[in-house]
Every structure is written in structure tokens, then in C-alpha cells.
Design a protein around this ligand. Structure first.
Ligand code: GLN
Ligand code: ZN
Length: 758
């Protein structure tokens, strides 16, 4: 019979209990024992839900205290020397130092997990000798069995994906790293086998990226070695987020089961399955329900998909599951009390996806006829949803099919704009600025909550925000910053804020997903056509500008980021939805300019994470994504300076697209990559203004002047002083006020010293 499986489940809990526990621990409000106890309860509750739903193969060991890749690095002793780890068991404090930095050592780099908004801690290879510090999957297996009687399926990040996500090695180090890793993986697997574990899930999403045939050969060798001495233990090699690049080689790997994503990757896995079949002796774990979007499945369609798959795979060799770990999905729609009923009915989060899997499994087992109501309900819910007028806005549809989308070129080329802008702004060399947000103190959040609950009036809230703006304009002037920002105090979140003011979005109460560490985001849901209704940011920017003679940057979130950080309707292409957003933002930018704001920053931190996993598809994505940005910014005067910002460092293949945005100034994150980014500029002559972030804002640590000087000097090796801006890596909303002021003070000192040496 067809079995059901889950590849991973969100850690955070229905009410973000996990986040609260971690943050209480970090601020020393609870002990380590308390932290471990609370997180154990959350972990078991998560497992219990899957057990109660009747899932056959439940993932264990996917739980984490910060990040799953970091867990893997720690498990194998891939720990940089700066944390002074002496071997043996890794303490919680070393673990969190790697994630967050400490007084002596900066945190490890953090970057996005494939094309998601989940961030992992990049493993740093320094030629260190690896060692097995703990068998985490085994511990998780034992716990689930002892506490809940679950025969769990431990999850482990695969060696090839681990290697490919690491940094600090050259191509010729690869064989020796693999040689070191294999015995450790073998030991983990051997111990699982000795324990009597039946199935282990090894995640290798890297197989869905454009890896070469040679790399695929290496993967095959790795897996033959890993499975060499295994007899009782079965390996499920799990892939997700796209189709596998090398289908026939992947299904031939010497493992007992292959997990494939049948939702993403334009049906290539399905085509390959039909064309090349599937080995009779292997299990196919078929991802049939979207594990990373929020829409309810049309169960009939999923059943049909499963039946198509069954033409190649016998029922006793088929598992059905969501397309990837549910960690990218919110926990449950049961927590939503305020949503419009038609929209709510069209949603399914992690718990509901589990039910969908179970419903399809049961229908396959006992016949759909016995469950017609479940099938009809899903169909009816989606039909009602599709008929909503908000999903069929004629004006928006006309605009996005019209000529505005080709009006994406600014009046003058950059070189000429630059002269005009410099005449107008008279900025010093190495102008200093920040990325937009200033600390969202508990007071800021509490006041916003009061306003939302109607406990204070609109005017009171506005006065409060204005007082914050004024305070920080004064601080920025005192610090001697050149280009100021208003501080974004009115925004909880850079996407939510716009979504609330544009048509086409809905907001949930509790649909949180983990973004990095304890930080969760609650992405808006783009369910309808996106349209501009009224100015969104003009008042705050104009007020800030009225307080100072400096330029104040207007601050917007770009179309591609709004798209990538939202859950997006899946009946239109992502390109089409982005174009709708771009045309709405264009109106906002025009309104800002008309109100006297002459520098406008349009943040696109998520431009890169939208890149398809397959290189062959990059160009198409970048073409429409870059065009959308340009459509939103192209109509301004020559002297209006368009800024953009990206929190990203891996720019090497990407710099041309950045240049094509035609933004006058871009600020990007650099400090966590310890300056590596600069190399990109050696190869590509970048002519526009650029701020390389000179300090990491993810850590509470106040960087010394010298550290920033070093990054500035590195930047000056490849950039002209008249194009180089000085700024932190990103917005400062998560930092405390004192840290922020102290760090910016050092940043200005480093800049002034650097200017003197020019
Ligand atoms: N302007 C935003 C801020 O400063 C940018 C944040 C981001 O790039 N993630 O908060
Ligand atoms: Zn950023």
C-alpha cells in the first residue's frame, strides 16, 4: 500500500514558543536547562501531531536550536578555530557563538537556503580535522521512540550538499574533505543501523541545482561508499525545490529510496519518470503537495498526479509526501480567526498539508468513492476563491498587458545623471549613510500594538512615530552622517507595511515561518491583483526631510522582494504578479518625488533568492526581475537619485544584473563574507555608486574602528573613492539603540580617517 511521509516539520510551534524560549535564554532570563526542557516539549508536540495524523514515516532530528546546517557542522566538528573549541562535545555556548558571534569572534556567515527565505550558517572549512561530536539523528530517534513510541525516520543533511554549501576550500581540497567526511557519515549510519533504525532520510537538495556530470559521478561514489557496509538500514535520498539535474544517475544511486519533488521544476521530474521509469526495487517518495506555499490542494488533481506516478511505481514502493520539509510553511490555519472565510478556505499550512497527504493516501487505499466529500470540499473552496473579484481586477490586468512595462529606461544614462546629481547633492567622497531602519525598541512595538488595538488614536500614534523620527534625525546629524533616513518606525516589516496598503494582499495572525535563527517572518499572502490605492510612505519621508538640511532617502521595498517575501498566488506567473507590484510602486515613487524627496531607495534584498536553482533559467528570471525594478524607478528626474539595497554577498555571477538595475547607488552586505565580495569587482568594472557594508548588523557586538577601516581599505582597492559609499550591512531595526549609536560612531570615525588618507 502507498505510504505517507513527512520530510520535516516547522520547529517554531503554533505560537512561536520556540523563538520565545531561545530569546529568553539569550537574554539570560532562563537557564540552559529550561531552554532544553522547553524546546523538548515543543519538539515532542510537533512529532505527536504527525503521529496523531497517522503519518507512516515521520522525520526526526530535523529540530534545531538555530539552524540545521549549523547542527551538521557542529556534529562533524567543522568549527572555525576562532571559537577556541578544543574537540569533544560542543557546548551550547560555542554553538550559539558560531551563529551569533561573541565578544572575541565574529559569527559565521549566514546565507539563504537555496531559493527560500530560510538562512543557514555557512560551514567554514579551515583545513581542520573533522570529528564526530555527537550522533544527533540517533539521539532524536531514541527520544521519539522512548517518549512517543514513534519509529522515526532520522534526517541528516547529505555530504555533497554540505560540502557544496561550505566555504574556505579550493577545488583540489574536495577529495580530501570527502575522504574525511565519509567515515563520519558511515559511523552515524552504522550507529543508526545498530540501533535498529529502518529508514534514514539524507537530504541532497544540491542535486536539483546545475551540478555537472563529473559532480554527479562524485555523488555516486560517495553513496556507494556510504552504503558499503550497511545491511538493515535503508536510505531515502531526498531532493526538493526543483527537478533533479541528472535523473537517470540519481535514481540509480545505491540507496533504497529516492525523494523527488513533483510540484516544482516544471514537471521535469514527472516527464523523466514517464520517459525513463523508476527502478522496481526502489521506493519513490513523491512530493505531491506544495510544501512551501500556502494554498490548499485540489485533491482530485493530486490524486490524478499520484495515479500518473503509479503507472511507473507499484503502490508498495510509493510514498507520498509534501514536496519538501514543511519548515517553509506556517504551522496551521486553525490559528487564523480573522481572515475572510473564502480566502481561509483556500489555504493549507503544515498541519493541513499533512491532512491532505493523509486524505490522498486513504483515498488510494480505500477508494475515492468513500471520501467524496473531502474531494468536493477542496474543489468547491477553490472555485469560490477563484471567482473573487479581487482576483480578477480588469484595470490591473490591462495595465500589465500594456506598454508601461517597456517604459523601463531612465531619461539619461548613468554617467550623465551622476554629474547632475553630484552638482545637486554636493556629497563628500565616501558618503556615509544607513540602510533604512533604526532600532525597533520594545516601546516602538508596544505603541504600534496599542494603536492596532485601538487603545491610542491615529494622531497619538502618528505623534509617537514623528517623535522617533525626530530623535533619530538629530542622532544622525550629531553622528555626522551624510545621507539620512527616517528610520522606518512605522513599519513592522518591510513587506507587510506595503502589502497592508496595496490591494491584493491579505495578512494572517500567526502564519509565521522561520527566517534565520529565532527570527520568524509572517509573509503576506498575495491572493489577488495588486494595485496602488494611496501614497504609502510620503508623510513620514516628508516629515523627516522637514527636520534637516541633509538629504533624506525615501524608503521602499522593491517589486521583486515584495514578491519573493510573500506567499504568492499560483494561478498567475511570478513575472505577472511582479509587474503588477512594479506598476503600483511606480506611482508611489512618483508621489515621493512630487513631494520633494530626491533620493529614493528601493530595496531588493530578495532579488537573488528568487534565482531559479538551474542556471539555464537564470537569464529569463533576471530579465523580468530587473525590468520590474526598472519599471518602478524609471520615470523619475535625472537628478533624483535611485538607491537600492541587497543583503547579499555572493555576487560573482550576478553583478551584471545588478548593474542592469541602473540604480544610481547600491548598498550591499559584505562584512560577513569578510571582504570576499570585493573580488567580483576586480573582474567586472562596476561604475555606479556602491556601499559595501562595513559591519555586520546581525550581531550585538560593536565593531572597532580598525575592523571597518580594513573593509574600507579592501573596497578602495577595487572601487573609486567617488563611487564608494560607507554604510552598515543592513537595516538596524533588530539592534539596540546604544549598540547602534556606538557602531555608527565608529563607522564615521573610520570614514573620516579614510578620507584623510585619500
Ligand atoms: N530598508 C530596510 C531596513 O533597513 C532594508 C532591510 C533589508 O534589506 N532586509 O530595514
Ligand atoms: Zn539588508
Amino acid at each position: 500500500m502507498v505510504k505517507s511521509s513527512i520530510a520535516g516539520y516547522p520547529v517554531i510551534g503554533e505560537n512561536r514558543e520556540w523563538k520565545r524560549a531561545l530569546e529568553a535564554f539569550w537574554s539570560k532570563k532562563i537557564s540552559e536547562d529550561d531552554l532544553l526542557q522547553t524546546t523538548k516539549e515543543i519538539r515532542l508536540a510537533n512529532l505527536k501531531k504527525q503521529q496523531d495524523a497517522g503519518i507512516d514515516f515521520i522525520a526526526v532530528g530535523d529540530f534545531t536550536l538555530y539552524d540545521r546546517v549549523l547542527d551538521t557542522s557542529v556534529m562533524f566538528g567543522i568549527i572555525p578555530s576562532r571559537y577556541n573549541w578544543k574537540g569533544g562535545q560542543v557546548s551550547t555556548s560555542t554553538y550559539f557563538s558560531m551563529a551569533r558571534g561573541n565578544d572575541e569572534a565574529v559569527a559565521s556567515e549566514m546565507t539563504k537556503w537555496f531559493n527560500t527565505n530560510y538562512h543557514y550558517i555557512v560551514p567554514e572549512y579551515e583545513g581542520q580535522r573533522f570529528e564526530l561530536t555527537e550522533n544527533k539523528p540517533l539521539a532524536a530517534y531514541r527520544e521519539a521512540k522512548k517518549e512517543l513510541g514513534i519509529e522515526g525516520k532520522p534526517v541528516l543533511l547529505g555530504p555533497y550538499t554540505l560540502l557544496k554549501l561550505s566555504k574556505g576550500f579550493e577545488d583540489n581540497d574536495v577529495p580530501s574533505i570527502i575522504l574525511q567526511l565519509i567515515p563520519l557519515y558511515q559511523r552515524v549510519l552504522q550507529e543508526l543501523q545498530d540501533e535498529g533504525v529502518q529508514w534514514v532520510q539524507i537530504d541532497e537538495p544540491i542535486l536539483c541545482t546545475s551540478i555537472s556530470s563529473d559532480e554527479m559521478k562524485t555523488v555516486t561514489e560517495i553513496y556507494s561508499q556510504l552504503t558499503n557496509n550497511l545491511s538493515g538500514l535503508n536510505i531515502l535520498l531526498q531532493t526538493y525545490f526543483d527537478s533533479v539535474e541528472h535523473y537517470t544517475e540519481t535514481i540509480a544511486l545505491p540507496v533504497a529510496a529516492i525523494g523527488l519533488d513533483f510540484v516544482h521544476g516544471r514537471e521535469k521530474n514527472l516527464d523523466n519518470l514517464k520517459q525513463h521509469g523508476f527502478p522496481k526495487d526502489k521506493v519513490l517518495a513523491a512530493g505531491i503537495v506544495d510544501g512551501r506555499n500556502v494554498w490548499r490542494s485540489n485533491l482530485q488533481k493530486k490524486l490524478t498526479l499520484t495515479e500518473t506516478i503509479q503507472q511507473q511505481v507499484s503502490p508498495d514502493k510509493l510514498w507520498i509526501q509534501p514536496s519538501c520539509s514543511l519548515l517553509h510553511s506556517p504551522v496551521t490555519t486553525r490559528s487564523e480567526q480573522k481572515l475572510d472565510q473564502t480566502i481561509l478556505n483556500a489555504l493549507a499550512f503544515a498541519d493541513e498539508k499533512i491532512e491532505e497527504i493523509k486524505a490522498i493516501q486513504t483515498a488510494l487505499q480505500y477508494g475515492k468513492e468513500k471520501f467524496t466529500k473531502v474531494f468536493e470540499d477542496s474543489e468547491a473552496a477553490l472555485t469560490a476563491f477563484n471567482a473573487l473579484p479581487a482576483r480578477n481586477n480588469k484595470e490591473v490586468r490591462q495595465a500589465t498587458s500594456g506598454s508601461l512595462l517597456s517604459d523601463s529606461k531612465r531619461n539619461l544614462p548613468f554617467a550623465e545623471r551622476k554629474v547632475k546629481q553630484q552638482e545637486k547633492f554636493q556629497l563628500p567622497l565616501l558618503p556615509t549613510t544607513t540602510i533604512g531602519s533604526f532600532p525597533q525598541t520594545p516601546e516602538v512595538r508596544a505603541t504600534r500594538n496599542k494603536w492596532r488595538k485601538g487603545e491610542i488614536t491615529n494622531q497619538q500614534y502618528k505623534d509617537f512615530v514623528n517623535a522617533e523620527i525626530k530623535e533619530w534625525i538629530d542622532i544622525q546629524e550629531d553622528l555626522g552622517l551624510d545621507v539620512l533616513v527616517h528610520g522606518e518606525f512605522e513599519r513592522t516589516d518591510m513587506v507587510e507595511y506595503f502589502g497592508e496598503k496595496l490591494d491584493g494582499f491579505v495578512f494572517t495572525e500567526k502564519a509565521w515561518v522561520q527566517s534565520y535563527g529565532s527570527r520568524c517572518v509572517k509573509p503576506p499572502i498575495i491572493f489577488g491583483d495588486v494595485a496602488f490605492t494611496k501614497p504609502m510612505t510620503v508623510e513620514e519621508s516628508v516629515y523627516a526631510k522637514s527636520l534637516t538640511d541633509h538629504e533624506v532617502k525615501g524608503m521602499l521595498t522593491g517589486p521583486v522582494t515584495i514578491l519573493n517575501w510573500s506567499f504568492v498566488r499560483d494561478d498567475l506567473s511570478r513575472e505577472e504578479v511582479t509587474n503588477q507590484i512594479a506598476l503600483a510602486l511606480r506611482k508611489e515613487i512618483e508621489a515621493l518625488e512630487a513631494a520633494g524627496i530626491h533620493m529614493i531607495q528601493v530595496d531588493e534584498p530578495a532579488l537573488r533568492e528568487g534565482l531559479p536553482l538551474k542556471k539555464a533559467e537564470w537569464k529569463h528570471y533576471l530579465d523580468w526581475a530587473v525590468n520590474a525594478f526598472r519599471v518602478s524607478t524609471a520615470s523619475v528626474e535625472d537628478t533624483t537619485q535611485i538607491h537600492t539595497h541587497m543583503c547579499y554577498c555572493d555576487f560573482n555571477d550576478f553583478i551584471e544584473a545588478i548593474s542592469a538595475l541602473d540604480a544610481d547607488v547600491i548598498s550591499i552586505e559584505t562584512s560577513r563574507s569578510h571582504g570576499d565580495l570585493v573580488e567580483a569587482f576586480n573582474e567586472y568594472h562596476y561604475d555606479k555608486g556602491i556601499g559595501l557594508g562595513v559591519y555586520d548588523i546581525h550581531s550585538p557586538r560593536v565593531p572597532a574602528v580598525e575592523e571597518m577601516t580594513e573593509i574600507i581599505n579592501k573596497g578602495l582597492e577595487v572601487l573609486e573613492p567617488n563611487q564608494f559609499w560607507i554604510n552598515p550591512d543592513c537595516g538596524l531595526k533588530t539592534r539596540k539603540r546604544e549598540e547602534t549609536v556606538a557602531a555608527l560612531k565608529n563607522m564615521v570615525i573610520a570614514t573620516v580617517q579614510a578620507r584623510e588618507k585619500l
